[in-house]
Design a protein around this ligand. Structure first.
Ligand SMILES: [Zn+2]
Length: 503
């Protein structure tokens, strides 16, 4: 029966979410059958590729529900990656080294995290001036909410001194940082190469789809990458809120685009981050003054919400502190958002139990990042900033699931990698954060697909869904999670990553 033959069959291992199945067939980019090998293997024809699983588990392709995809690529191709630095002085050495390798050009460092350094303090302008005296240089903190600039770079900042601008320390916070980020932007070919690198890297991590919290000018880049065949990750775009009027005027609704690239909605910030002490809290930081910053008020947000919903677009609201979450919930209640519109709260880190009840009642999606648990627990940055009581209830994944709130997991690129994030959720320091491996996998597949309105196409291994698959190096029901790697990644039936040395 060659007309019915499968293009690809995987067999001999568990299929996630399909009890009793040990084989899966793919035809024309979609899943054609899932079941016992005895039922699936007859679909084999002379041209069918066959992958023996030998006990390894097949999962739906991972869907990173919150990432800045271009940044992921730039970190691998252009930025100086400071994420692995063990001290402030090591970070400065790397910046100095980077400056020597690109004389006369901008030097951009990324992802420094003072909570991992013995110096335990932010980088400052004077540090950068010493390391990079002759070129403009900035270094962004790991959370993207605090930038430190040297004197030459700071000359490009036109904003007045104030809450977000401290020229003495060279610190620019939140939107005050964007001017410099734009000034240091590499050329188009560099950006395209970065996007291709991000897509390749994602495939090696088992990622077949991302919700990209994108920048203003990213759409043309994505389209160019798509034309060149360099974008092999399903990309669901959330554009900055400034574009809402243009999207409305054009009548672009959620889902506009193709199976590989579509527009879903817009993103707005309600506050900053805990690391930069800009997340809006109801009571002060433990290790500093102030309660952070609210970046939007409830009336303005409610108005935006109404406009987005009327236009058929999702609104994704960044809210981390309990005071920001309160404002967001009040705005959603004011706007009477529809529970069917799939609006999302990004991060939702310090939600109180009663706030979570309201999230559930409003039908909002919780888009959370288990990798943030790297800062939770004894001696961690969250405990330092917030004290043990608030650290004990940050990132309450379990309470979110207990209320039936749709939970979507993502990485925020800190770092990108579902295996890492899921591992942290399994071994989380506090009970409210802990999930089983299957719950965490669902949040990183089904949950993320739901959050992007793509749950009929993606996120589960069932007949008719797109054949986006990952083969792990083992079976999570038998082997500790930390030992796994991604062996094989398949997008729409095509192999986009095959680990060297994997069976
Ligand atoms: Zn983000």
């Amino acid at each position: 029966m060659p007309a019915m033959a499968a293009d690809l069959i995987l067999h001999g291992g568990p299929i996630f979410g399909a009890e009793g199945a040990d084989a899966l067939a793919v035809r024309c980019g979609k899943i054609a059958a899932v079941g016992p090998a005895a039922e699936v293997l007859p679909l084999r024809g002379p041209e069918t590729a066959v992958v023996p699983l030998r006990g390894r588990m097949v999962l739906p392709g991972f869907f990173d529900a919150h990432v800045h995809f271009l940044r992921v690529g730039l970190e691998r191709t252009f930025y100086i990656d400071l994420s692995g630095t063990r001290s402030l002085s090591q970070a400065l050495e790397m910046l100095a080294e980077g400056a020597r390798s690109r004389p006369g050009e901008w030097v951009v460092g990324r992802a420094w995290d003072e909570s991992r350094w013995p110096e335990r303090r932010y980088l400052e302008r004077a540090d950068l001036d010493r390391a990079v005296p002759k070129q403009p240089c900035y270094a962004m903190r790991v959370d993207g909410h605090l930038l430190v600039a040297n004197t030459l770079a700071l000359a490009r900042c036109t904003r007045p001194e104030g809450e977000l601008v401290d020229r003495d320390l060279g610190h620019l916070r939140e939107e005050a940082a964007w001017e410099l980020v734009r000034a240091a932007r590499p050329d188009r070919e560099t950006l395209l190469a970065a996007l291709a690198a991000a897509s390749r890297h994602a495939a090696s991590l088992g990622i077949t789809a991302v919700a990209d919290i994108a920048g203003s000018d990213h759409l043309p880049l994505y389209q160019a990458a798509l034309r060149r065949g360099a974008l092999r990750t399903r990309t669901f775009l959330y554009l900055p809120i400034e574009h809402l009027p243009a999207l409305r005027a054009l009548g672009i609704e959620r889902g506009f685009g193709s199976p590989l690239l579509s527009i879903q909605g817009v993103k707005v910030f309600a506050d900053g981050s805990i690391g930069a002490r800009t997340a809006a809290l109801s009571s002060p930081y433990q290790d500093g003054s102030g309660t952070g910053q609210l970046l939007i008020d409830r009336e303005a947000l409610a108005r935006r919400w109404g406009e987005a919903e009327e236009a058929g677009l999702q609104l994704a609201v960044h809210a981390i502190g309990d005071r920001a979450i309160e404002e967001v919930l009040a705005a959603a209640e004011l706007a009477r958002v529809s529970p069917h519109a799939r609006h999302r709260i990004e991060h939702l880190e310090l939600a109180t139990p009663s706030q979570l009840d309201r999230v559930a009642a409003l039908g909002l999606v919780a888009s959370m990042q288990p990798n943030f648990l790297q800062w939770s627990g004894r001696g961690g940055m969250y405990e330092e900033r917030l004290g043990p009581e608030r650290d004990g209830r940050i990132d309450p994944h379990r309470e979110v699931l207990a209320r039936g709130i749709p939970l979507a997991f993502g990485s925020d690129g800190m770092p990108i990698g579902p295996l890492y994030g899921i591992g942290l959720a399994l071994d989380a320091p506090h009970p409210v954060q802990r999930l089983s491996w299957a719950e965490a996998v669902r949040a990183y597949t089904e949950g993320a697909a739901y959050a992007a309105g793509a749950e009929r196409e993606l996120g589960a291994l069932a007949r008719g869904r797109r054949a986006d698959l990952v083969v792990l190096s083992g079976n999570p029901a038998r082997t500790p999670w930390g030992e796994f790697r991604v062996d094989l990644t398949i997008l729409g039936g095509e192999r986009i990553y095959n680990r060297e040395g994997a069976a």
